[in-house]
Design a binder for this molecule. Structure first.
Ligand code: SAM
Length: 288
């Protein structure tokens, strides 16, 4: 059975009386070539654990189960459970957890599976678009012990994450994510391969987690606060935008920028990770 075929997706929906929920970001993938690119992008080995976010009808799950030692798929919608029991009946190595990924302790799941001998951990999924950024930032800020995160998202968000200083698309999400990982767009995906069709195009983004951070920061929260404040008022000069950090006034901001050798009339969108780190470390020295 071609689970991903539009006729199968519609047949399953009809037979189970299942109505897709817009508020849960349910747009089901119906293109085998794209599913294959997600699987290939994730580079799954036979000793690997796959954690899938939002299996839906199980189209990506089924393919991942053919390659991995085990797949744990986290799905919030309990109405999908009987469907997944049917579509994944021939995949004994799949476990479905009916819970919210934002409330899931992914590292605890991984620690449990490590006891049974897994090699690497690959996270993947076709993300519910309404929470793309919170999901990615939660995994990264929790220090998820995985090799990579290969996920479908709105194309515009993937482009922002992958952007670099000086580009219009460069923002807080680019700097924050790139501190933890190396992003790479695997494939762009047109909107017409989903049921129901979303209003935006998509892209599969692979985030390879860095073994070592690209810059040294003495206080990660302060580093992230600099990024947030800088882009929070991106049209303002750094001398002004850094005052968005608790305890930083205009005079301190100017002094710190001068000590760092960074022109205070520059804007956050021109700063690379190293410059954000230098500013954060200088603020830390001054006990911010
Ligand atoms: N993987 C399927 C596919 O590609 O056809 C479905 C992808 S659909 C874009 C997103 C899936 O994430 C849906 O099944 C939805 O119910 C689920 N979901 C939404 N919010 C979630 C959450 N907070 N935690 C876990 N799953 C969630």
């Amino acid at each position: 059975m071609k689970l991903y075929a539009p006729s199968t997706v519609n047949e399953i929906r009809k037979r189970y009386g299942f109505h897709t929920s817009k508020s849960l970001g349910q747009n089901f993938l119906t293109d085998k070539a794209i599913i294959d690119q997600i699987i290939e992008g994730a580079d799954i080995g036979p000793e690997d654990l796959v954690i899938e976010i939002g299996p839906g009808l199980g189209v990506i799950t089924w393919e991942a189960a053919q390659k991995a030692k085990k797949v744990i798929a986290v799905e919030i919608d309990k109405k999908l459970l009987p469907i997944l029991a049917e579509t994944l009946a021939d995949c004994p190595n799949v476990e479905i957890l009916n819970q919210d990924i934002l409330k899931t302790d992914v590292n605890q799941l991984i620690a449990e599976e490590r006891k049974h001998g897994i090699r690497q951990v690959k996270i993947l999924g076709n993300l519910p678009y309404y929470i793309t950024t919170p999901i990615i930032m939660k995994l990264l800020e929790d220090g998820v012990e995985a090799e990579s995160i290969t996920v479908m998202m709105q194309k515009e968000v993937a482009e922002r994450i992958q952007s670099s200083p000086g580009k219009k698309t460069y923002g807080a999400i680019s700097a924050a994510v790139q501190y933890y990982c190396q992003p790479e767009i695997v494939v762009n995906v047109p909107r017409d391969v989903f049921i129901p069709q979303p209003n935006v195009d998509s892209a599969v983004l692979k985030l390879t987690l860095r073994k070592e951070k690209p810059v040294e920061v003495t206080d990660r929260n302060l580093f992230m606060a600099c990024i947030k404040a800088g882009f929070g008022q991106r049209r303002k000069t750094l001398a002004n935008s850094l005052t968005g950090i608790d305890g930083v006034g205009k005079e301190l901001a100017s002094q710190v920028l001068e000590a760092c050798g960074i022109d205070s009339s520059r804007r956050a969108e021109t700063l690379d990770l190293n410059e954000f780190a230098v500013i954060a470390n200088e603020l830390k020295k001054r006990e911010v």
